[in-house]
Every structure is written in C-alpha cells, then in structure tokens.
Design a protein around this ligand. Sequence first.
Ligand code: NDP
Length: 331
Amino acid sequence: SREVQLAARPVGAPRDSDFNLVDLTLAAPAAGQIQVRNLYLTVDPYMRGRMNDTRSYAAPFAIGETMTGGAVGVVTHSEDASVPVGAHVLHDQGWRTHANIDARRVKVLPGLPGVPLSAYLGVLGMPGLTAYAGLLRVAEFRAGDVVFVSGAAGAVGSAVGQIARLKGASRVIGSAGSADKVRHLVDDLRFDAAFNYKGGPVAEGLKAAAPDGIDVYFDNVGGEHLEAAISAMRPHGRAAICGMISMYNATEPTPAPRNLVQVIGKQLTLRGFLVGPHYDLFDTFAQEVGGWIASGELKFDETVVEGIDGTPAAFMGLLQGQNTGKMIVKL
Ligand code: NDP
C-alpha cells in the first residue's frame, strides 16, 4: 500500500514537506476483515484541524502515522461473509491505496444508475448531509426565507444553495472566490445572486445581492463573512455555523465579529453544529437529494486529482479554493 503520512505539523498553510509518501507491505486480512483497493479518496477542510496538536472535535493525527479520511474502495479479499469480493464500500481508511478493515466498519454501497461512486464522498455523503441537516434542521429553514451561503461553490455550499431553492427559498445568494465560480453559481446552479468576496468588502457584495436583508446564513467561512451576515440579518434571523475556513490556517487568534451586539436587538440565533449527531436524517436525506440528482434538479461538480501522490496537493488546493464542488482524489 502506498500511503500519505503526516511528516510535520503545518505552521499556517500546509506545505509539501508536511507530508511523506511511503510504501508499506500489507498482511493478508484477518478473520472478520476485508482487504480493499481504494478507488476514490476525499480531502476535507476538517483534516487541517487534525494536523494540529490540539484536540478539537476530531483527535489530532500523529506525526509519522498514515492519515485517515473517507474513501470508497472495492473489496479484493474477504474474510467476512457479509462483505463479498467485488463489493464497493465506504470507509475511513483514506490517504492510502489499500487497507485491511474490519468488515463491520464499512458501508456497502448500492450501485445507483447515473451516480458515480465518488458521490458518496460528496453530495450523497458527509458533505451533502452537512448541507441538508445544517440548512433544514440547524438553521430551521422555512419556505420564503432569503438564504445566504458562503463557500457557495464548494461541496457543502453548492448543496446548501440548491436545497434552499428546491425547498422554496424566496432568494438564494452565494459568495465564492472567483468570477468563474460566481458565474457557475448563477448560470449552472441557479442561485439568484452571487458575488466574488475577493472583489471587495463582503458587506458591500452582500448588500448589493440582498438589499432587503437575509433570514438564514449558512456559514462555511467565518471572519468577515460572518460579520457581514450578522449586519444583513433581519429580526429573528438564524445562522447555521458550519465551518470557518478563513481561520483554519491562522497562527494567531482571529477577531470575533465586531457587530456581535446585534444578536440581541435583532434576536438572532447563531447555532454551531457538527454533522455527526445528524446521521438519523441520513436515509431521508439520501432519498430526497438522490431524487433531485436523478431528476436533474440538483447538480454537483467534482474537481478530480489523479493518483495517491497527488493527495497532498489536492488537500492544499482545497484550502486555496482550487476546487469547484467536491475535491476528490481518483486512484
Ligand atoms: P469546500 O468544497 O467548500 O472547499 C473549501 C473552499 O473554501 C474552497 O474551495 C475555497 O473556495 C474556500 N475558501 C478557502 N479559504 C477561504 C477563505 N479564506 N475565505 C473564504 N473562502 C475560503 O469544502 P467543504 O464543502 O468540504 O466544507 C465547507 C465548510 O464546511 C468548511 O468550513 C468545513 O470545515 C465545513 N464542514 C463542517 C462540517 C461540520 O460537521 N460542521 C462537516 C463538513 C464540512 P473559494 O474559491 O470560494 O475561496
């Protein structure tokens, strides 16, 4: 198995020298295990936090250990009758080409026509459920709401905006980091408005896109975006605080929104959440979003990097916005 190990803890943005590629010999799988050849790996923003030596909601990676993350693979050897050779499985032994895994810890994937296996790492997997649960449950979305989502061209954000439209939002606004992404949001994903946050102050972009304010803010970015959203929120506005990617490489504590006092007068709800406790929604989510994918009403994009050796670059590229939709590594 060729694997990516954490070589050093990044200071600021991760660099090539923070990763090591190593070749290991895999033993035969033990009783109750399967051997998997990975087909697709996911790189996700939360992995940046796991590279630090601080405990957050996921334990830190150890130096010199193979990193872990979501992956889809094909079973090449089975020592467990419940998972046959040839099955496609979702599991957490990513960042490597092959793995032995306890059969009980994998999910056998259905083969759905028109749905690539990589979708189970994106729109039909953890990021898609994050969008669905965050918008509908955490932000308590209601038909007629004006919804603003940051990181809108990414895996989570692009699903949030489209789910909001399909559930009857009166207006959907997105922000992203390039003119091409902004065009894509409006032309392909049918957002009502979008702006490039690198083109000027976020508050100005948001004001132009939502002159009458917003009811729901889905935060993927934090910082200046959160501050602008608080100012734009109408009374009783609700924010699902999903991620703050603008801060993940920070080496100093970052300032709080300077206008936080507005949560009182406008009676706002800012609610942080993790996707983990929302897996009870998974079947409902998969059925509804799967239906929209099949009917063509919800689109998803992938940016695909080829080969295990490209995995660190895919991860670093994700943090720099090189992806439209889900960043995927194809082996
Ligand atoms: P994305 O596919 O959205 O990729 C990350 C994107 O972040 C990049 O494409 C880039 O797009 C944008 N970005 C990077 N730096 C900045 C910055 N300084 N300011 C604004 N945007 C930036 O990733 P995901 O969809 O997987 O994740 C989106 C967010 O959701 C992340 O914050 C992540 O941590 C969070 N998350 C939280 C979960 C939870 O359980 N709470 C679960 C899953 C994800 P651009 O070109 O627009 O800058």
